[in-house]
Write a new protein. Structure first.
Length: 281
């Protein structure tokens, strides 16, 4: 199947790298989660020299692998907790090759909406059909560019404003600050009190260092940081409070330790990356 069908955009290619890291984490005896679907996405994408796929061979890749493992577990726990408390709609913004609709043990009557670029979802659907996967919830795909007004397409696919669990994993770095703000505003307008919002925010230190090293603004093929447009609000609690959300912010080292996998400080080179759990007031 590799080489057939749509060509993934640059951001979609990074999703293949994330899938590779999730597949590698699944092979670990002490894994933080199991994603038995990730490897099929990587196979479908075909051979690649993308550095994310080969991340384990590089020192920088160790911190990226840790970041992806911890953030995946963090958001798994967040969304399942929201559903255990009565939420019945989940929206994954910039879903990429996220397999939560298939791999998580959802309660009854859960609807999971996956929003991403049409070509990314087309690639994903080819793999889903070829593998014969069936979601463990009601899964709805919404092909739309998140830099545009995605509220209407979401509603047209059956979404109803109310209590919602929103996930934006590895997304905001690829949006401008203005687009990130618009995304949160739209989510807020569609959310009832008690809704949850799970975010990952990139490292501003990493972005600053990259820009200083690449004043021309271009990087090598596969350099995902070259695609970043922002690192998220430095004062995330205050930013989200201004939109009606009460937020807690966590760092990777603290969360990793809470999961029983303390990290070597020298290996945590994603310093400054953050995990956010927010509830709509």
């Amino acid at each position: 199947m590799a080489g057939d069908g749509p060509v993934l955009p640059a951001v979609g290619v990074t999703a293949v790298g994330v899938a590779a890291l999730r597949a590698a984490e699944t092979e670990r005896p002490e894994r933080l989660f199991a994603d038995l679907f990730a490897a099929a996405f990587v196979r479908a994408a075909g051979p690649s020299d993308h550095p994310t796929v080969d991340a384990g061979r590089r020192r920088r890749g160790a911190s990226l692998a840790a970041w992806v493992a911890v953030r995946t577990r963090f958001l798994d726990d967040l969304v399942l907790d929201a559903c255990a408390r009565g939420c019945r709609q989940v929206v994954i913004l910039g879903a990429g090759l996220d397999a939560r609709a298939f791999r998580l043990a959802w309660p009854d009557k859960i609807r999971v909406f996956e929003i991403d670029l049409p070509e990314v979802l087309e690639f994903k659907e080819r793999v889903v059909r070829a593998e014969g996967w069936r979601a463990s919830c009601e899964r709805v795909t919404v092909p739309v560019d998140l830099s545009e007004n995605w509220s209407r397409p979401l509603g047209e696919q059956g979404f109803e404003a109310g209590e919602v669990a929103w996930l934006a994993e590895g997304l905001l770095a690829y949006l401008s600050p203005e687009a990130s703000d618009s995304l949160v505003i739209r989510a807020t307008e569609l959310s009832a009190p008690g809704s949850r919002l799970g975010l990952t925010l990139a490292s501003s230190h990493r972005l600053k260092a990259w820009r200083e090293a690449h004043p021309e603004g271009t990087g090598a093929p596969g350099d995902y940081v070259a695609l970043w447009r922002s690192a998220g609000a430095e004062q995330a609690v205050e930013w989200l409070a201004s939109h009606g959300w009460h937020a807690e912010v966590f760092d990777i080292a603290e969360r990793a330790a809470s999961y029983g996998r303390p990290l070597d400080p020298d290996a945590v080179r994603a310093g400054g990356a953050r995990l956010v759990d927010a509830e709509h007031c």
